[in-house]
Design a protein around this ligand. Structure first.
Ligand SMILES: *Cc1c(COP(=O)(O)O)cnc(C)c1O
Length: 371
């Protein structure tokens, strides 16, 4: 069955009373059967969780998937896959929060962490070492410049050194990238973003190429109390029903906006544009277009701030993956220590009419003094 069909019908789940949508079951515990030990406490194995994880695994073509209370908690769980004392190589040009979160978390666990540009395979190869490297942590595409790593080659390098490859695919989603089919061992998603798609749930997921690590990850989830609560599961299942449609629309609009901004002579970062530094790699790995996020450059922080202040349809907010389109001057959001260029505007495209978004940016750009 195609993913579209699976999601539209949620595999014909029933609520037990003939209803065609999954039920919302909030019970934390369940009555013990006579003669049997009490079971069914909500830490894991809830009905909504099982259904959600089945769907998430299908989306990524995974052996198994686990849901978590947030993308960050899914990320921290992935560290449980790294043997003690080993090193994690993290994408240097990726999601800025993870540089801090993973630096603290690896230090607490006695792991080490080094940053490397994952598009520089020579640099990656030079840092990999058998017996030392435990995990290579890539991001597809890297946020907010949307660089595209070569996943099959990264996977080859990581495996040669006895390390795992994890790919944070939050910004591309399984609609546009299937990391496991390109050699990754783990795909990470902040389901808070496009998977849920409505900006009203914090959730995360790990999809695994092999199910052997599932028990360890479930144990970690129990130990850290990072189970996704039933209402979050239910909302995420609801959001997923329209996932494919939403991605088709947002990604088509993003491609149109990228072309429109480039035609105005602005420097645009979008993997679908022929002048993107890894456009050929993007064509080889992306599916169904090039995704719903893009960035562009205004030449100065002041000009970028002026555009962000002038738009009316775009909402000025951080994050990505909701129904409304979001705009931010990314370096301002990231704050001190940012690696992001000061003049970069990041866009997350939602479901508005492309004409309205283009008109909005045109209006904002036209307020600027020429130059
Ligand atoms: C938002 C985000 C995360 C973190 O997910 P949360 O659900 O906010 O914890 C991880 N990776 C990327 C690329 C993100 O955009």
């Amino acid at each position: 069955m195609k993913i579209d069909t699976l999601l539209a019908g949620l595999d014909a789940v029933s609520d037990g009373a003939g209803g065609l949508v999954p039920p919302l079951r909030l019970a934390v515990t369940h009555a013990a059967q006579p003669g049997a030990p009490a079971s069914g406490y909500a830490r894991s194995g809830a009905e909504g969780e099982t259904l959600l994880e089945t769907i998430l695994a299908r989306l990524d073509g995974a052996a198994t998937a686990l849901a978590f209370a947030s993308g960050a908690s899914a990320a921290l769980a992935a560290l449980a896959l790294v043997p003690p004392g080993r090193e994690v190589l993290l994408e240097a040009e990726g999601y800025y929060e993870f540089r801090g979160i993973l630096a603290r978390a690896t230090a607490l666990r006695g792991l080490s962490l080094r940053l490397v540009d994952m598009t520089d395979l020579e640099a990656v190869a030079g840092m990999l070492s058998s017996g030392r490297t435990g995990l290579v942590w890539a991001e597809f595409p890297g946020n907010p410049l949307w660089q595209v790593p070569d996943l099959p080659r990264l996977s080859g390098l990581a495996h040669q050194a006895g390390a795992l490859l994890l790919v944070d695919a939050t910004a591309a989603t399984p609609h546009h990238i299937r990391p496991l089919s390109l050699g990754a061992d783990v795909a990470l998603h902040s389901a808070t973003k496009f998977l849920n798609g409505h900006g009203d749930v914090l959730a995360g997921a790990l999809a695994l190429a092999e199910s052997a690590a599932r028990p360890a990850l479930m144990q970690h989830r129990t130990d850290t109390g990072t189970t996704l609560a039933p209402f979050g599961e239910w909302l995420l299942l609801r959001g997923l029903r329209t996932f494919v449609l939403r991605m088709e629309r947002a990604s088509a609009t993003a491609a149109r906006l990228a072309g429109w901004l480039a035609d105005r002579g602005l420097q645009v970062h979008y993997p679908g544009l022929p002048d993107h530094p890894q456009h050929a790699l993007a064509c080889a790995q992306y599916t169904n277009g090039f995704g719903p996020v893009l960035s562009f450059r205004m030449g100065s922080a002041a000009r970028a701030d002026a555009v962000v202040a002038a738009v009316q349809v775009f909402r000025r907010a951080t994050s990505l993956g909701s129904t409304e389109s979001l705009i931010e001057r990314r370096a301002e959001t990231e704050g001190a220590g940012t690696r992001c260029p000061e003049d970069l505007i990041r866009l997350s495209i939602g479901l508005e009419a492309a004409e309205d978004l283009i008109g909005d940016l045109q209006g904002a750009l036209d307020t600027l003094p020429k130059g």
